[in-house]
Every structure is written in C-alpha cells, then in structure tokens.
Design a protein around this ligand. Structure first.
Ligand SMILES: O=C(O)C(=O)C[C@]1(C(=O)O)C=C[C@@H](O)C=C1
Length: 286
C-alpha cells in the first residue's frame, strides 16, 4: 500500500552528522510520543534494582523475545514461504539465546512502533538493523555498535552515474520511494524536500519498484543497497564507498537496567573477540 508523503506525521528534532556537516533532523522516536501506559513500564529515569533485572526474568522464563521488523535484508527478513525469520541479526539473536541458555522467540514490530513496543514490554530486545542514535538513547538503552554503514542511493543500473549528490536527487522530477518510521525517512524529509517522495509501507517492495521504473531512487543503508544490487542486476548501489552519512547498527533494550545492559555489552564484546560477528558478516554481507 502506498501512502502520500503528506500523510506522514513525525515530530521532534535531533541532530545527525552528514559527512562533515552538522544538521538537525526530525526525531524518529520523540519521548513525547511514548504513551503514558507504555512509558510506565520502565520510564526514563526510573532505575531498576539489580535484583529485578530483566536478565533474570529472561533466564527464568526460558526464552528471550526479540523484536524485529522482518523487512530489512540482510539484517532481518520474515520469509513468507516458511514464515521464519532469516538474516544477520536472526543468527545473532540465536547466538544470544544460546549464550543465555534459553530459547529465542521473534516478535514482529514496525519501524514506527519499535520504541513503543519495547517500552510496552512486547519484547526484551529490539534487533534487525537498528541504527544507533542519541534520539533513541534518550528513551531506551542502545548498545555498542557492530557494523558501520551510511545512507546512499539504490538506483537502476542504467542510472549509475545520475544520482551521486543530494542536489541530483532533490528535484521534483526524481521519484523517491521510502519506508515509514525509520532513519531512511528522517534522511529523506531532511535532505530531499523537493523530490517527488512516496512513502511505501512495505520496505521489501521498494527495491523492486526502483528496478521496474516506478521510482528512481531508494535512499537506504549501504548494506541493504548492496544486498539488493547483488541479487538483481537491474539495480546499482551508488556511493557505497562515500555515503551521505555515517552510522552504526546496535541493539536496543529498556533503559535503567544495569545488569541486563552489562550482560548485553559483554556478550557483544565476546562476539567480536571470538570472531562470531565476522562470521556473520561473511555469511550475510559478502
Ligand atoms: O530506523 C532504523 O534504525 C533503520 O536503520 C531502519 C531502516 C530505516 O532507516 O528506515 C533502514 C533501512 C531499511 O531500508 C529500513 C529501515
């Protein structure tokens, strides 16, 4: 389903860094948008005591609930044929569960709902290509990063030299497809106000709609652009070596739980130290 650009309402501001430039951009998850009911689950500023850590609850429960959108290759993909989640962060979540000695259960969310769903205790951790940013860190706990990437254009192969700057894209004649609620939309709203933008609810549709000529550009993360360009010769991932922005992916858990956060950080340190994230890069990104 397509939605017009004007129907999207996001509020608030946060600061991002565009290669060498500081700028202000809409906040994806402003604290004011968090409903009172969900915020009371673990409201900002409310510190949990070590003995009530969510880490213990997960272990006692016997499974960890991992929130994912399933629409973002190669990090998380809900395969409609098998109804199973696949991807880098699906494998990482299974490793996390193994390390905890519990089962893993995936809970579907959307980029627009992810923060509220986390605060409403629908899952224990948000994963699947979540971009680290200080806006999110104000409301949840965002882990260390595990991969660096940037925003760049995914275009048709025949247009490989056509959309190499913001100015090339920011024109009424350029049709841009973007998913709602994530950092792609933040970027497009901030930098491409003059482009002909359509918000496409299903992120998985956009690369195909670029390939078939419905849109000219998908602004997305370099990792995703490369995945689609590799799978479809009609597509080209531009500027992968010098993207418009630079960010990292991480995981989000409720804030104020020192025991759970420390565990997550040590598990990530170990994933790096033991080369397990490297194995996942090779499997999903090379
Ligand atoms: O919001 C985020 O953290 C994301 O990185 C998710 C996001 C986005 O920016 O919209 C990233 C790329 C995908 O195409 C879809 C979702």
């Amino acid at each position: 389903m397509l939605r017009t650009w004007k129907t999207v309402l996001l509020t608030g501001v946060f600061t991002l860094t565009l290669t060498g430039t500081s700028y202000v951009s809409p906040d994806l998850f402003p604290t004011s948008n968090v409903s009172a009911a969900s915020a009371s689950v673990n409201a900002p500023g409310q510190l949990k005591k070590a003995e009530t850590s969510q880490l213990d609850e997960i272990i006692k429960r016997g499974y960890i609930r991992v929130g994912m959108t399933g629409d973002y290759k190669p990090f998380s993909y809900l395969n409609p044929e098998t109804n199973e989640y696949e991807g880098f962060d699906v494998d990482a979540a299974k490793e996390l569960a193994k390390d905890l000695g519990v089962e893993v259960r995936f809970v579907q969310t959307t980029w627009s709902d992810m923060m509220n769903d986390l605060l409403a205790d629908k899952f224990d951790i948000a994963a699947g290509g979540v971009t680290r940013n200080t806006a999110r860190q104000k409301t949840a706990y965002v882990s260390q990063g595990y991969i660096t990437f940037g925003k760049a254009p995914l275009v048709r192969a025949e247009d490989k030299d056509k959309y190499l700057t913001i100015e090339d894209i920011n024109k009424p004649s350029v049709r841009v497809g973007v998913n709602p609620g994530g950092t792609n939309e933040v970027f497009v709203r901030q930098y491409l106000p003059n482009a002909n933008v359509t918000v496409v609810d299903n992120n998985l549709d956009i690369p195909h709609l670029v390939a078939d000529g419905t849109y000219d550009v998908m602004i997305t993360d370099t990792v995703e652009a490369m995945t689609y360009a590799k799978a479809d010769p009609r597509l080209y991932a531009a500027l992968t070596d010098k993207p418009f922005t630079k960010s990292e992916k991480g995981y989000m858990i409720p804030r104020g739980d020192f025991v759970y956060a420390s565990y997550l950080e040590m598990w990530m340190d170990e994933m790096k130290l033991q080369g397990k994230f490297d194995e996942l890069y090779k499997k999903w990104m090379e």
